[in-house]
Design a protein around this ligand. Structure first.
Ligand code: FE
Ligand code: FE
Ligand code: MG
Length: 167
């Protein structure tokens, strides 16, 4: 990021180091979410497996794209994206839910919990950057919009499954 761009953000009260830390924590979350979805799609069993796997793989691709957006912004701000996968566990806000039970209903529940955490993470970044860093604000808003859609999609499938089993 250019000198003037950085100066303006700092004048408006953003601590760049704190912002980079927030973005790196979200970056760790995205990688763990990506892996949780990707692995969930591999191990999933039960009905309706195909619909769930399709959704999980779509979301995995979105999380990976989010990780890329965060890495780009961290670099623009003069930071470095976490260099070691083992750091993901130290930095994560939302953690990683190991898929021990491969039932699609359990996987959905775990991933819904992750999306709810992700929405809160981006809400905090949005609040921190509002009216101060429009570039990061806009990126966080775009990502949060995806996370809200992810939560809705998973809840809709979960509701469908519950209706199917209620018959
Ligand atoms: Fe994401
Ligand atoms: Fe998501
Ligand atoms: Mg979806």
């Amino acid at each position: 990021m250019g000198t003037r761009g950085r100066a303006i953000i700092e004048e408006l009260g953003i601590k760049i180091e704190d912002l980079i830390m927030m973005l790196n924590k979200a970056f760790a979350d995205e990688w763990l979410a990506y892996y949780q979805y990707w692995l969930g799609a591999k191990v999933a069993v039960g009905m309706p497996k195909e619909a769930v796997v399709t959704e999980l793989l779509e979301h995995a691709a979105d999380e990976l794209r989010h990780a890329g957006m965060l890495a780009d912004r961290i670099l623009q701000l003069g930071g470095t994206p976490l260099l070691e996968p083992k750091e993901w566990y130290d930095f994560t806000n939302c953690g990683y839910e190991k898929p021990e039970d491969f039932d699609v209903r359990v996987l959905l529940k775990q991933n819904i919990k992750g999306e709810q955490c992700a929405i809160d993470v981006y809400k905090k970044i949005i609040d921190y950057t509002k009216d101060k860093d429009p570039v990061t604000y806009d990126m966080a808003l775009q990502i949060m919009t995806d996370e809200i859609e992810h939560e809705e999609d998973l809840e809709a499938i979960k509701d469908d499954i519950e209706k199917m089993f209620a018959k």
